[in-house]
Design a protein around this ligand. Structure first.
Ligand SMILES: [Zn+2]
Length: 270
């Protein structure tokens, strides 16, 4: 548990890896999985706060609705990965590539580690099914998984190795951006165009109505806006084309009950 708490806090305090309530860390022990609760921020996780323990079985997804303490929408994904530690982050540096056309080809040149590139699927059961298919097809699952238009997963039975893989993979992308004259990510007090979406959290949390966000949460929303702007700017500076989520994907994400829950929970949490 110490590793779980430490990694959650560490990853969660790096805005270029985790913005707002995004990202996740899980640990499997004795037939259970401990994972961040839906709508909470990784950086806020501490002993007996912000996480939940559920049965480590694909069936857990049926209990993942509506309670005051609901496991992360991505729990299914974590359950499907056998490793003891799973770390999931929304690395802006990786997402520059995961959100561009032909991004996989670019990443194959940049990341000097074997990785799986998982094509875009909605968070929750859909992305879980896509991963299941990939596991069946590839037989072995690389310890690094890039989620198209979403982020990065690393996993290992050693907590330190899972974390190292996360930091190294992110660094490959960071270094490449730096070499191309792109300055590191910074959170700015800016909003963004909410009509085009690059990643699921923008569909869930970007809103045209500023009033439906609790005042004390506003600061964290700037992280999401800044991530969107950074990814888009960087793609343009690299002379590439952004790959926005399709209108039908946006609509599907918007209508997800679990995502509505997460948004409401996040907006009221202090
Ligand atoms: Zn995610």
């Amino acid at each position: 548990m110490q590793h779980f708490l430490r990694i959650s806090k560490y990853i969660g305090s790096l805005p270029d890896l985790v913005q707002g309530p995004g990202g996740n860390v899980s640990i499997k022990t004795n037939g259970h999985i401990v994972i961040k609760a839906s709508g909470f921020c990784l950086r806020d996780i501490r002993k007996n706060y912000g996480y939940i323990k559920v049965k480590n079985s694909p069936d857990m997804i049926v209990v993942a609705n509506g309670d005051s303490s609901t496991p992360s929408i991505e729990t299914f994904l974590h359950v499907l990965i056998d490793s003891k530690y799973v770390i999931h982050a929304h690395s802006v540096s990786i997402n520059v590539f995961s959100c561009m056309k032909n991004g996989e080809q670019e990443l194959r040149k940049i990341i000097k580690l074997p990785f799986l590139f998982l094509r875009f699927r909605r968070p929750g059961a859909d992305i879980g099914r896509e991963l299941k298919k990939a596991i069946r097809k590839n037989k072995t699952l690389p310890s690094v998984i890039v989620l198209q238009n979403h982020g990065l997963i690393t996993h290992h039975n050693s907590a330190q190795k899972a974390l190292d893989l996360m930091m190294i993979t992110d660094l490959y992308a960071k270094k490449y951006l730096e070499k191309n004259g792109i300055v590191p990510f910074k959170v700015l007090k800016e909003r963004c165009d909410v009509n085009n979406h690059l990643f699921p959290d923008s569909v869930v949390f970007f809103t045209k109505n500023k009033m439906d966000i609790a005042l004390e949460r506003k600061e964290l929303f700037f992280e999401l806006y800044s991530a969107h702007n950074y990814i888009l700017d960087s793609i343009s500076k690299l002379g590439k084309t952004p790959n926005f989520l399709s209108a039908s994907e946006v609509k599907k994400i918007r209508n997800m009950r679990q995502e509505k829950y997460r948004k409401n929970k996040y907006a009221i949490l202090k």
